[in-house]
Design a protein. Sequence first.
Length: 311
Amino acid sequence: YQRRVHGIFFIVQLAALAVAVAATSILVDGAAVLWNQMEPGQKDGIGMFFGCCGVDETGFAADDIKYSVREGQDYNTCSDGESVPEDASTHTWMTGQCTVFGMDYKTFVTSENGDRARAAAVNSVSFPAYNSVFLADTDVCSPISDIQQYNTCSPNGVSLTPTECDANEHCQRMPGSACVRDAPYESDAELPLQCLCPLQGNGNTPSAACRTSKGDIPMCSDAASQIVFPFYVGLQDEEANLTDEGEHYSAPFGACYAKLEIFLSENWAALIIIAIIFVYQFLLMCFSWALVCCIKSNKGGDEGQGLSGDI
């Protein structure tokens, strides 16, 4: 239990620094490596606390069940879709709200002169995992060039019929199968718009209708599935997961990192406290290392010279 808590706390600290200190893909890469080194139980604990990845305890012996049943009461383990925010019975035992989290992205937009350029701010999200129904859909009605036309093409998360989509000048029919990890993306590549959801209002999360129609909550124990597309990290919006650098960015790590960044960016006091504690732990580690080296050095000197009778 103590190791699990330590793992949760440490990965939160890394994510806090990623948000607080102009995150770079290098720092996120470090957090991804740490995630991969964690034990399954530690990942499950993070998923249940934040509602970012799921745990399937189907078929488990009663003594091995940790999250789906506690003291005779059933709880959500994020394996069957999102929670209802106002309904505590759909939350996890650790009070997490199961949510399909997306990875920040800046689409290309068309300027007045017709040129395509990257948007100045994050305006959409892709997903670390896509649901099988969406991936199998060969007629996703998607915006042609402007992600803000999403609701025109797929009102309330439901694509227009093929006839309606073909008749709309802002929309086109595209396959969901394009939203799988294939060739690595370069920085100047445009992502398929059918794979994205626009943010609502002033940088808020995408609508539940959009994110649940496309994305999925990955299982915390899934080490094979990788984040599909590049995404932006931290306050400076640096791109991560370009080319082959994100080969160890697993889908559950991506979902939980997205949740942590949202949480920490909305809670500056907690972020500052965590960052201070992280620095304190780092200094304590350096002091401990120096102390051990000093003791070892003195011990080596005593063995070489012989112990004095006065000691």
